[in-house]
Ligand binder design. Structure first.
Ligand code: ADP
Length: 189
């Protein structure tokens, strides 16, 4: 299996680029944000548990998130590999993912971090809020998500850097140009 983590702050373009990557590389895309939103929409027990946290822009507790992620991976035993999007978002999640993949004789091949400055992120999310009405894209909720990102999620970068797996890609510019840069990284594997 060839597994990648697509990493970046809220609004970096992980979802957009993941969609293009799975078309090209036949990898399975797992977005924990999309999974949580589907649970909320379908009013599952899990959805009921996490909906207020997500609406507030807070991270869902690690234990819940890790269990959901592992279950999703196990639904795809034939996969050639995965693109993890929005996971791991904390160091304990990154450790759990390593342990889980190792138990399957696999690992994370590379972590691709989309680099986008704060001004551009704020603009993109304001636009997305208009288009989709995502509650957690509202200004005050977004502020909380950015705080969560800087308090908890950025620490995932040195974790993978220490493993020699971190690659940075400029996330500003045309979608096609960012995609070409991402493909150039993936093609090295
Ligand atoms: P973004 O646009 O910030 O990339 P996502 O769609 O990935 O948003 O995630 C939306 C929300 O879902 C997060 O703000 C958080 O509440 C929850 N969430 C998603 N992935 C995780 C995770 N790995 N750990 C904890 N919470 C998560």
């Amino acid at each position: 299996m060839l597994n990648f983590v697509l990493f970046g702050p809220p609004g970096a373009g992980k979802g957009t680029q993941s969609q293009k990557l799975i078309d090209k590389y036949q990898l399975i895309h797992i977005s924990t944000g999309d999974l949580f939103r589907a649970h909320i929409k379908n009013q599952t027990l899990l959805g009921q548990k996490v909906s207020s946290l997500i609406a507030d822009g807070q991270l869902v507790p690690d234990a819940i998130t890790i269990a959901m992620l592992e279950e999703e991976v196990d639904k795809n035993p034939e996969a050639k590999g995965f693109i993890f999007d929005g996971f791991p978002r904390t160091v304990p999640q990154a450790e759990a993912l390593d342990e889980f993949l190792e138990s399957k004789g696999s690992n994370i091949a590379g972590v691709i971090a989309l680099d986008v400055d704060q001004d551009e992120l704020t603009k993109r999310i304001a636009q997305r809020q208009k288009e989709t009405g995502r509650v957690d894209d509202q200004a005050d909720k977004l502020q909380k998500r950015i705080e969560e990102y800087f308090n908890k999620t950025v620490h995932v970068l040195p974790y993978y850097q220490a493993q020699g797996k971190l690659k940075k890609v400029n996330g500003i510019g045309k979608i096609e140009d960012v995609f070409a840069d991402l493909c150039a990284v993936i093609d090295q594997y």
